[in-house]
Design a protein around this ligand. Structure first.
Ligand SMILES: [Zn+2]
Length: 100
């Protein structure tokens, strides 16, 4: 699990943010949000949106942000990561946890 305390400095680029979200959201690898299949193909052509994945069972295309708030806004992934970090830090502080 990555250290949230180091996110703003260590994940400044969009691809790294997407990788982090994939690691957090899909610990067992990409999972189709529509049919639940793990059988997938990464679409890496220059014409494809970064992070796009095709399900080999239902043929739908998805990414780690499909069906999430991130998908329905124009905010950058790094902005979402920072917001999640700040929210978790606030929750941890309210529970009396330190930042170690
Ligand atoms: Zn599917």
């Amino acid at each position: 699990m990555p250290s949230f305390a180091k996110l703003p400095a260590s994940y400044p680029i969009k691809a790294a943010c997407r990788t982090l979200l994939e690691q957090m959201g899909w610990p067992d690898g990409p999972k189709c949000p529509l049919c639940g299949s793990y059988d997938h193909l990464r679409l890496e052509a220059a014409s494809c949106r970064p992070g796009l994945i095709k399900c080999r069972d239902c043929s739908r295309q998805y990414s780690v942000t499909t069906h999430t708030l991130v998908h329905s806004t124009n905010l950058r992934l790094s902005t979402w990561i920072e917001a999640m970090y700040l929210s978790l830090a606030r929750s941890a502080a309210s529970l009396g946890c330190d930042e170690r």
